[in-house]
Design a protein around this ligand. Structure first.
Ligand code: NDP
Ligand code: BG6
Length: 486
C-alpha cells in the first residue's frame, strides 16, 4: 500500500555540495522515495552544484549510483528512476569565487515556483552562498535557504551565522535542519501528547518522577575523526538532537500546529533550563579499546585527544510544570547497542496495599522508542496470572509503529523525506528558528567552558553502557538508567 501523500507543486531545488556524502546518502534517496510515493511532480528541477567538472549526464550517473548504493533494491523501479533522473541538472560552481552565479540564474525557471537552496556544504561556505544567491538577484518571496548542522560551535558563532543569513533572507525563508525532528516517532511524540487526553493530566511534576532521554550509538567515529575530534558529543548531539527531544517532551501544548506556535513553546523550555552549575551533574566520557575495537584516540588519530564521545547530564526545567523533575540525558558512540528513546518514568504508588514478597508495584514507564523498532511502550504492573496469592509482575503495552507500517506494506520514511518536502511546501514547523539555536548554545556554552579546567573524560569500554560515573549520576539520586537494549 502506498503512503497517503499530497503532491507538491513543481519546484526548483538547488543542492550546493551535490557530489558530497550528505547529498548522495540522504538527499538524493529521499527525493527518489518522494517521487516513488507520488509526491514529487515530474516538472520539478533539481540542480546539483559543486566544483567537480561534469555535465548533467555525469550528475545523473552519480545520482543513479547513489540510488543503487543507498536505496534498498526492492524500492528501486526502472520507470521511477528514469523520471527521477530526468529532473536532475548540474552546474559547476565554486562558491568561494564571485564567478558563475549568473549561470545559476540561467538554470532556474522564470516562473514563480518555490525555489529552495540546500546548503549541503561545509559551514564555512554558508555565508558565501547566502551572499552569492542574494547578489545574483535570486531571492524573492518564494526563495528558501536550508542549512544543516553544525549551526555554529558556540553562541557567538551561531549569532554570527544567523546575522549572515539575515542579510539576504527573512527568518521565514530560513530552514535550519535538525533531522531528529523529521523522524517519524519524534512527530509521534507530538501526536501522543497533543492528540490524546490520556497523558496530559499526568504530564507534570506531580506525576512524573523523572525523564530519561537516550541516544546511544554502537558506531564509533571512524572516517569522521578530524571533524568529530574538533566537536565532541556535546556539540554534535546534545546541543541539537537531545535538546530538541527535551523541548518536545517538556513544552506546553502550542495553540496550533504551526511553525511559530510550536517554536515559541520550545524556546520557552530552552530558556527555562537551569544553568548546569554542579560539575557532578555532567559526565563526559571517551571510549577505550575493547578486543578488536579501537579506542576513540586511535580512531581519531589523536593520541592526546580530550574530546568526549559520551555525555550524560542532569538537566532541570524551572517552571511550574517541571519543577523538581530531573531530565537525564545521555548520548555516546560505541555503546552496547543503537537505541534512541525518551522514557517518562511516573512516580511510585503512594502506598502499596499488597503484602508479601513479589508484591511491590514498579513505577509505570512510558517509553517512546525512536529507533530501532519505532514505537511506544507503557510498562504496567499486573497480577501474575494463576492461583497462589497476589504476586505482581511487570508487563508492557506495546505499540510498534514499525510492525504497523510493515503490516500495511509501507516503509518507515527517512527523516529527510519529510523535511525536504516541508521546505518545498514552505512549512517551518519541524525546523529550528534562529533564537532556539542561540538559546541552546547559551545553555551549552558554560558547560563546555567549565571543561577547560576539568579532568580528562572518563574512559569506558567500547561496547559498554558508558562510564561508571554516568551510572553514579542516577544512583546518587536513587535511580537507575534503563538498559541500552534493542
Ligand atoms: P562532503 O565533504 O562529503 O561534501 C561537501 C560538498 O561540498 C561536495 O559536494 C564538494 O564537492 C562541495 N564543495 C566543497 N568545496 C566547494 C566549493 N568551494 N564550491 C562548491 N562546492 C564545494 O560533506 P557532507 O556531504 O558530509 O556534509 C555537508 C554538510 O552537511 C556539512 O555542513 C555537514 O556538517 C552537514 N551534515 C552532513 C551529514 C552527513 O551525514 N554527511 C549529517 C549532518 C550534517 P566538490 O569537491 O566537487 O566541490
Ligand atoms: C548526526 C551526528 O547529526 O546524527 C552523528 O553528527 C550521529 O554523529 C547522527 O551519528 C545520528 O543520527 P541517527 O539518525 O543515525 O540517529
Amino acid at each position: 500500500m502506498a503512503a497517503r501523500v499530497v503532491p507538491v507543486d513543481p519546484f526548483d531545488l538547488v543542492v550546493f555540495g551535490a557530489t558530497g556524502d550528505l547529498a548522495r546518502r540522504k538527499l538524493i534517496p529521499a527525493l527518489y522515495h518522494r517521487m516513488a510515493d507520488g509526491q514529487m511532480p515530474d516538472g520539478a528541477r533539481i540542480i546539483g552544484t559543486a566544483r567537480s567538472e561534469m555535465d548533467a549526464e555525469g550528475f545523473r550517473a552519480l545520482a543513479s549510483e547513489a540510488l543503487d548504493t543507498f536505496v534498498p533494491a526492492e524500492n528501486l523501479d526502472a520507470d521511477i528512476r528514469r523520471r527521477f533522473l530526468g529532473c536532475l541538472d548540474y552546474l559547476k560552481l565554486d562558491v568561494s569565487t564571485p564567478e558563475g552565479w549568473t549561470n545559476l540564474r540561467g538554470k532556474l525557471g522564470t516562473d514563480d515556483r518555490p525555489c529552495a537552496h540546500y546548503l549541503s556544504v561545509a559551514p564555512r561556505f554558508f555565508g558565501m552562498i547566502a551572499e552569492g544567491i542574494s547578489k545574483a538577484g535570486l531571492v524573492d518571496a518564494n526563495t528558501r535557504i536550508v542549512v544543516e548542522k553544525p549551526l555554529g560551535r558556540d553562541l557567538a558563532s551561531a549569532r554570527a551565522l544567523n546575522a549572515q543569513l539575515a542579510e539576504g533572507f527573512e527568518e521565514s525563508q530560513v530552514y535550519r535542519i535538525d533531522h531528529y525532528l523529521g523522524k517519524e516517532t519524534v512527530q509521534n511524540l507530538m501526536a501522543l501528547r497533543f492528540a490524546n487526553t490520556l497523558f496530559e493530566p499526568l504530564w507534570n511534576a506531580q506525576h512524573v518522577d523523572h525523564v530519561q532521554i537516550t541516544v546511544a550509538e554502537s558506531v564509533g567515529i571512524a572516517g569522521r575523526g578530524p571533524y568529530y575530534d574538533n566537536v565532541g558529543a556535546m556539540r554534535d548531539m546534545v546541543q541539537n538532537h537531545l535538546l530538541q527531544l527535551l523541548c518536545l517532551t517538556a513544552m506546553e501544548p502550542p495553540a496550533r500546529f504551526e511553525p511559530d506556535a510550536v517554536r515559541d513553546e520550545k524556546l520557552k523550555v530552552l530558556r527555562a533550563l537551569e544553568p548546569l552549575i554542579d560539575p557532578a551533574d555532567v559526565v563526559r566520557g571517551q571510549y577505550r579499546a575493547n578486543g578488536e575495537t579501537k579506542s576513540y584516540r586511535e580512531e581519531a588519530e589523536n593520541d592526546s585527544s580530550m574530546t568526549e564521545s559520551f555525555v550524560a547530564l542532569k538537566a532541570k526545567v524551572s517552571n511550574w510544570r517541571w519543577a523538581g523533575v530531573p531530565f537525564y540525558l545521555r548520548t555516546g558512540k560505541r555503546l552496547r547497542n543503537r537505541v534512541s528513546e525518551i522514557a517518562i518514568q511516573f512516580r511510585d504508588v503512594p502506598h502499596s496495599i499488597f503484602p508479601g514478597a513479589g508484591a511491590t508495584p514498579h513505577p509505570n514507564v512510558l517509553a517512546i522508542r525512536l529507533q530501532p523498532d519505532e514505537g511506544i511502550t507503557l510498562s504496567m504492573t499486573v497480577k501474575d496470572p494463576g492461583p497462589g496469592g497476589m504476586r505482581l509482575a511487570d508487563t508492557k503495552l506495546d505499540m510498534s509503529f514499525a510492525e504497523r507500517l510493515a503490516a500495511t506494506g509501507m516503509r518507515m520514511p527517512d527523516a529527510y523525506e519529510r523535511l525536504v518536502m516541508d521546505v518545498i511546501r514552505g512549512d517551518q514547523t519541524l525546523f529550528m528558528r534562529g533564537d532556539e539555536v542561540e538559546a541552546a548554545w547559551a545553555w551549552i556554552d558554560p558547560i563546555i567552558a567549565a571543561w577547560q579546567s576539568a579532568p580528562a573524560p572518563k574512559l569506558y569500554d567500547a561496547g559498554s553502557s558508558g562510564p561508571e560515573d554516568a551510572l553514579m549520576l542516577l544512583h546518587r539520586d536513587g535511580r537507575r538508567w534503563r538498559e541500552i537494549e534493542t
